[in-house]
Design a protein around this ligand. Structure first.
Ligand code: GLC
Length: 418
């Protein structure tokens, strides 16, 4: 009798296990700041209610490079999970070329930013991803402090930004010794490249010429000198090159310790929270440039795709349809203040009521500058990150850094037979 009971118990446990596995559902990998992950959890819960499909949120670090590494490990091993994930525009090309993305089939692409979809999400004629949110680099500024300096508009050139900072710093530092002029992403990671592209403006960045990637060009030299000098002259803190990623920049600016900050749109909503010391004292604008005509904002953003190795592709596709639907995107915009991948929300009355600046931002995104859409871009970027960061630290001159990065990139491309 005891034995029978024991066997029954084992069987029950086993079946419960199977049942849990049955219902375990999809694994969705996504990273970001804590507020973003909380909003994703809500969205996933709503998806379960409408579809009956469970989704496990695989929480990733916010940093894009770390997210990429984590996904690459799973995909190289052809693991069935995560089934579905967000990808940075910077590495979709690599994932597509590696054959890791399941074509999404027939999707109505018309509500999305079509040029972005064409350039980033279509691989060999097939749709392999869809934009969930768009990023463009922005200049955040303290409206109240600029007004003290008699300025009613944000700077349009780096020279103007420097002038504003220099004129305000002495008085601000007398009150707050930790006050700085400008904080930006300068740590050795992808964000450094996105800031660098803006410092360099439309004449610089990764200059593609005759199948080569040039970095040692006048606009880049000027940009890197300026970046280094901002730190040397204490307009920007040394922590810019040692540790500043998105959240470090956001927290620094939000404490009230800087006049200007470079960040993505997500920071706006957080800066404006009622308990934020800078709430209602800030403005945003397109980043300055070497000249007003050469201003660029770097195109960023995250797109959703399905793993080729998923064993739940049907459900994964349903999830993609849900996440990119107008309703879900509206909810995420209202919760996080991010910029939807769908164009049709930029004139949605409810969204505009919450985010009156969205109409203006749409223009910044439409003109934003993409990083090279090549499969080995992550490696190109890693080389550039290392050398640029060494120049910021003062270990090499800007000229040396750019030359060395250019040579290493050329060697990499030769290895790939490009
Ligand atoms: C943001 C952007 C992404 C970029 C990253 C750099 O997440 O959306 O495109 O690569 O920042 O840190």
């Amino acid at each position: 009798m005891k034995k029978l009971l024991f066997t029954l118990l084992l069987a029950a446990l086993f079946l419960a296990g199977c049942d849990r596995q049955e219902r375990a559902g999809l694994v969705f990998s996504v990273g970001g700041a804590p507020a973003e992950l909380a909003a994703w959890q809500d969205l996933v819960d709503e998806f379960r209610q409408v579809s009956g499909i469970e989704v496990e949120l695989l929480r990733q670090p916010a940093e894009t490079g770390q997210q990429r590494q984590g996904l690459i490990l799973a995909l190289k091993a052809e693991l069935p999970t995560p089934d579905v994930f967000l990808m940075d525009v910077g590495w979709i090309g690599l994932f597509a070329a590696s054959g890791w993305l399941e074509p999404l089939g027939d999707f109505d692409r018309s509500p999305f930013f079509e040029e972005v979809v064409e350039r980033v999400d279509v691989h060999e004629g097939e749709l392999i991803a869809l934009p969930v949110y768009m990023d463009g680099g922005l200049l955040y500024y303290r409206r109240d402090l600029l007004a003290l300096a008699g300025r009613d508009a944000p700077p349009e050139t780096w020279k103007e930004l420097l002038e504003d900072a220099v004129s305000l710093l002495p008085a601000m530092r007398a009150e707050n010794p930790n006050f700085y002029g400008f904080v930006w992403q300068g740590a050795q990671y992808e964000g450094l490249i996105t800031s660098f592209l803006e410092f360099a403006g439309s004449e610089g960045g990764f200059v593609l010429r005759d199948g080569r990637i040039l970095l040692d060009v006048p606009a880049n030299r000027a940009a890197l000198r300026l970046m280094r000098d901002l730190i040397r002259n204490r307009v920007s803190p040394p922590s810019v090159y040692t540790e500043m990623r998105e959240e470090e920049v956001r927290l620094f600016f939000q404490r009230g310790d800087a006049l200007f900050a470079r960040n993505w749109p997500y920071a706006w909503r957080l800066h404006q929270q009622p308990d934020s010391p800078i709430a209602r004292r800030i403005g945003i604008a397109a980043p300055p440039g070497p000249t007003a005509e050469e201003r660029v904002s770097t195109l960023g953003g995250w797109h959703i795709g399905v793993s080729r190795f998923s064993q739940r592709k049907e459900e994964a596709m349903e999830f993609v349809r849900f996440v990119t639907s107008r309703e879900a995107q509206r909810r995420m915009v209202l919760a996080l203040g991010w910029n939807p991948g769908r164009r049709d929300l930029y004139d949605d009355p409810r969204v505009l009521e919450e985010m009156p600046n969205l109409a203006e931002l749409k223009e910044v995104f439409e003109k934003a500058r993409a990083r090279p859409a090549i499969p080995y871009y992550p490696q190109v970027s890693e080389i550039a990150q290392r050398h640029l960061n060494a120049a910021l630290a003062g270990r090499v001159t800007p000229e040396m850094a750019l030359q060395q990065a250019e040579e290493e990139i050329a060697a990499l491309m030769a290895r790939y037979g490009m």
